[in-house]
Ligand binder design. Structure first.
Ligand SMILES: [Cu+2]
Length: 107
């Protein structure tokens, strides 16, 4: 009986030390850059307010890598980029229409 109690005690000790050793410090604040996806501009259509991007996986909307046309949140975003540029961006689907809401040009 003594060994059973000891085993239970040791098991409890192991669990508590495991949980403390796995405790993580608070996240130091996630930035937009952490959630951005990589892409390459294939075409900019300022007249239509659309942009064609060859993009990597978009985890926030569950999309695999592909080349496709997006709308842009703000038409002025199209003035910052041209075909061939590499970008990091965030695409969202506010009204069922895929829209680039943030975009950063990469060097
Ligand atoms: Cu896509």
């Amino acid at each position: 009986m003594k060994t059973v109690v000891q085993a239970a005690f040791l098991a409890a000790l192991a669990v508590s030390s495991l949980s403390t050793s796995h405790a993580q410090p608070a996240e130091p604040g996630t930035t937009a850059a952490d959630t951005m996806s990589a892409g390459e501009i294939k075409k900019v259509d300022k007249a239509a307010g659309k942009i064609t991007i060859k993009h990597g996986p978009l985890s926030n909307i569950g999309m695999d890598a592909m080349t496709m046309v997006f709308r842009v949140k703000d038409p002025s975003m199209l003035d910052q980029v041209k075909a061939g540029d590499h970008i990091r961006f965030i695409a969202e689907q506010p009204n069922g229409q895929l829209t680039v809401t943030q975009m950063e040009k990469q060097q």
